[in-house]
Design a protein. Structure first.
Length: 73
């Protein structure tokens, strides 16, 4: 069976593999689907962390602020 999405092989320690299998069984999903969801969730968390670090760099003490109404004029 051919797929348009690239495949990535990952090797886990036995305990981690058992945990993933239990999660998949509990959710009635294939292990690969559970791993995919967890990876996507982790990527979102990393992105949020990175963006918050960038926002902190731009947050200048004493900067001029605008009200919501003024900002959208």
């Amino acid at each position: 069976m051919s797929t348009k999405n690239p495949r990535i092989n990952v090797t886990f320690e036995e305990g981690t593999a058992r945990l993933l299998a239990r999660l998949a069984s509990h959710d009635h999903k294939p292990i690969a689907s559970v791993v995919r969801e967890l990876v996507l969730e982790a990527l979102e968390l990393r992105e949020d962390y990175y963006l918050s670090q960038e926002a902190k760099k731009l947050d200048i003490k004493g900067a001029k602020t605008l009200s919501h109404e003024d900002a959208w004029k």
